[in-house]
Design a protein around this ligand. Structure first.
Ligand code: NAD
Ligand code: UDP
Length: 324
């Protein structure tokens, strides 16, 4: 039986955060969800508001906050390229100052703290698939750098607080994850393709569609994140979490068209700058140390995601606020 804890989830109203909160509330923990709603909306956690063990705080993680907690999952950060490039300086601040604030809290409370890092720390990788030992090829001055370098700096801060101050940390490197509650206008490939296919629009492919990604369904990812938090204390990570099944973007477009039964065609657009040509996680470490591997194949995960996209009223969603 797990002992009940007070757990802070920053970015808890987001796509992954809201599912994580749901799981932790279901396990009986006392959950504090902190979010500034930059890329999410309250409706993602509205169903949890009636639960006595759930609390919602509107707060920006770049500013300090004083809470007493046992565990922190640090997910606060815009994650989709369109979102994190919207205000790149704020993205960097969120990663770096957010990490400093949660690490300071963890140090004071002797709490365990997990960082949601990313496969973007590998940049446009020359090593394939990517193991945790690969140090990456990030362009430090490109349009993706605000996110990639912000997340790399956050990993540095986590390791230094651990070595210098004995803070109990976990770092997970999350690879492309999708599922219900993705923001329909986040510009990520799966949300774009499903929205376009359902609305009978052309599916926009950047470049020739030969670039690859490996897509993980959100339930598998949330399970991996929780396992990493509960791993033995000598296992700090970084550990890759993702589904190693690799697809070209063109194959993904064909699959979405097939599964939605859409008549949409593909439209090829100029390639994006610094777009990684291929990406696939080596999850040997996660298998060995967390006993974790994904269970939901892309076809099944897409089916569930398409069903959710069909059920929502898209007019209730908006792009990021201009006041951010
Ligand atoms: P998301 O955009 O849905 O969630 C991020 C949440 O953080 C949102 O609710 C947003 O409002 C909040 N937020 C942003 N800036 C904030 C700030 N300054 N203060 C407080 N809250 C803030 O994205 P997601 O896909 O759920 O990603 C969650 C985490 O996982 C992020 O840290 C992201 O970098 C990481 N990650 C996700 C993926 C993926 O494929 N989904 C891949 C790699 C890493
Ligand atoms: N992509 C695309 N069409 C879209 C959105 C994205 O072809 O409408 C491509 C994009 O160029 C990239 C891949 O899909 O090669 C994944 O993009 P996404 O923004 O989902 O995530 P990331 O690049 O961060 O992995």
């Amino acid at each position: 039986m797990t002992s009940l804890k007070r757990i802070l989830v920053t970015g808890g109203a987001g796509f992954l955060g809201s599912h994580l909160c749901e799981r932790l509330v279901g396990q009986g923990h006392d959950v504090i969800c902190l979010d500034n709603f930059f890329t999410s909306q309250k409706s993602n956690v509205a169903h949890l508001l009636q639960q006595p063990n759930f609390e919602l705080i509107r707060h920006d993680i770049t500013l300090p906050i004083w809470l007493e907690v046992d565990e922190i999952y640090n997910l606060a950060c815009p994650a989709a390229p369109g979102h994190y490039q919207y205000n790149p300086i704020k993205t960097m601040k969120t990663s770096v100052m957010g990490a400093i604030n949660v690490l300071g809290m963890a140090k004071r409370c002797r709490a365990k703290v997990l960082q949601a890092s990313t496969s973007e720390v590998y940049g446009d990788p020359e090593v394939h698939p990517q193991p945790e030992t690969y140090r990456g090829a990030v362009n430090p001055i490109g349009p993706r750098a605000c996110y990639d370098e912000g997340k790399r700096a956050a990993e540095t801060l986590f390791m230094d607080y651990h070595r210098r101050n004995g803070v109990n940390i976990r770092i997970v490197r999350i690879f492309n994850t999708y599922g219900p509650r993705m923001h329909p206008f986040d510009g990520r490939v799966i949300s774009n393709f499903i929205r376009q296919a359902l609305q009978g629009e052309e599916l926009t492919i950047y470049g020739d569609g030969s670039q690859t990604r490996s897509f993980c369904y959100r339930d598998d990812m949330v399970e991996g994140i929780i396992r990493a938090m509960n791993a033995p204390d000598d296992f700090t990570g970084p550990v890759n979490l993702g589904n190693p099944e690799e697809f070209t973007i063109r194959e993904l477009a064909e699959l979405v068209i097939e599964l939605t039964g859409s008549r949409s065609k593909m439209a090829f657009r100029p390639p994006l700058p610094d777009d990684p040509a291929r990406r696939q996680p080596d999850i040997t470490l996660a298998r060995q140390r967390l006993g974790w591997s994904p269970t939901v194949p892309l076809r099944e995960g897409l089916r569930r995601t398409i069903e959710w996209f069909r059920s929502i009223d898209i007019s209730h969603y908006r792009p990021p606020t201009p006041h951010y």
